[in-house]
Design a protein around this ligand. Structure first.
Ligand code: TRP
Ligand code: SF4
Length: 359
């Protein structure tokens, strides 16, 4: 039996290609040219999709579409989260009606995070950073699973009729009441924009990590039964942690947060795992391995937008001309600049956040 994708597990996805064959996720390749303005598309970080044709078509014809995704507020907002924020902002800029859900009920049931704490994290860590990164209040529905509009709850609470226990077990394996509630809530999250009380029937794209694909499979089955337009999805790769392994909010050594003290961020970069060799001689002779280097990963995901500049670093590293020390220094400088600028943008974003939350 193929391994299941577990939305609540901590499995690292080793082989993205396998997801194509095993789950029917399709390669994003064919949209690369059309959406090459986006760094994550260009660099293969957004690597897969379901039914993205519908969204590409809507963008091209300037027809209405929506973007819907959710976040589990778990701790500090770090550079792994920034990638997702940039994707959301990208879809908003492409014209999507934007829905962002704070999965506080899921966090409560599955991660034992209390609702007050979740709310505080969602606002201070997520929303404020989203706005500072460029998300606009216009065309944005930012909501909490625990306090939203009545039609959403009515919809969620009638969804259980549309799935069977065996179907859920087939997709998620072992079930618990908390899981089932989280799953039905997420189906409602993804489909409710198409209700008349919200945006009405239209294509909806859900940008997520591939661990969330089980939810999409279920949601698409249910959408078909309800005569909704099947939601499209895109799948992104995740950055690794600074020491290799997973980048996780529960391990501060694994990430740099967007509110990190710039001096501490510099220290973290200087200590990051690289693809460098043991000695300077070996490095010269064999070259470094950018594909295993966390410093390089920061360039790819966040710090260097110019492809030519990035290729040059790649090449210089591989050919042994670049020293990790110098390379880290460059990364640290870019990071420091980014963090100082971001700090200011955050402060300027507070009034927008207050507006969005209606206080
Ligand atoms: N389950 C998602 C997570 O763990 C959060 C989430 C809730 C979500 N509702 C959603 C994601 C709807 C995409 C679409 O991060
Ligand atoms: Fe990484 Fe730069 Fe060292 Fe290459 S030279 S391994 S990219 S730090």
């Amino acid at each position: 039996m193929p391994a299941k994708l577990d939305p609540w597990g901590s499995m690292k996805i080793e082989n993205y290609e396998k997801l194509f064959a095993e789950f029917g996720i399709e390669p994003f390749e064919k949209f690369k040219e059309k959406f090459k303005d986006n760094r994550y598309v260009r660099r293969g970080i957004i690597f897969g999709h379901r039914d993205f044709e519908r969204i590409a078509y809507a963008v091209q014809k300037k027809e209405k579409f929506a973007m819907m995704t959710g976040l589990m507020p778990s701790g500090k907002f770090h550079f792994g989260h920034k990638m997702v924020a940039d994707e959301i902002i990208w879809f908003q800029e492409l014209g999507a009606e934007t829905y962002v859900c704070v999965a506080d009920i899921e966090a409560y049931n599955m991660r034992d995070i209390d609702l007050k704490q979740a709310r505080k994290l969602a606002v201070e860590e997520y929303l404020l950073n989203y706005i500072a990164l460029g998300l606009k209040g216009k065309n944005l529905n930012f909501y909490f699973q625990s306090s939203y509009k009545i039609p959403y709850y009515l919809f969620r609470d009638t969804l259980s009729k549309r799935a069977t226990f065996n179907e859920l077990r087939g997709i998620y394996g072992e079930l618990s009441p908390g899981k089932i509630l989280s799953v039905l809530t997420q189906v409602a999250d993804i489909l409710h924009p198409q209700l008349d009380e919200f945006s009405g029937r239209m294509p909806v794209v859900v940008p997520v990590g591939s661990d969330q694909d089980p939810h999409l499979r279920l949601t698409r089955d249910i959408a078909a039964k309800l005569n909704f337009i099947l939601p499209s999805s895109t799948y992104h790769k995740f950055m690794e942690g600074l020491q290799g392994g997973k980048m996780s909010s529960s391990d501060p050594k694994s990430y740099i947060s967007l509110t990190e003290n710039p001096k501490d961020a510099v220290k973290k970069i200087m200590r990051a795992k690289t693809g460098g060799r043991n000695t300077a001689e070996e490095q010269k002779e064999l070259g470094g391995i950018p594909g295993q280097c966390m410093v390089y990963e920061f360039f790819v995901y966040h710090l260097i937008d110019d492809d030519k500049e990035l290729h040059e670093i790649y090449h210089e590293c591989k050919s042994g001309n670049l020293r990790c020390g110098d390379c880290k220094k460059k990364c640290a400088d870019l990071m420091e600049k980014f963090l100082y600028a971001h700090r200011e943008k955050r402060e300027k974003s507070r009034n927008v956040v207050a507006q969005i939350l209606g206080n």
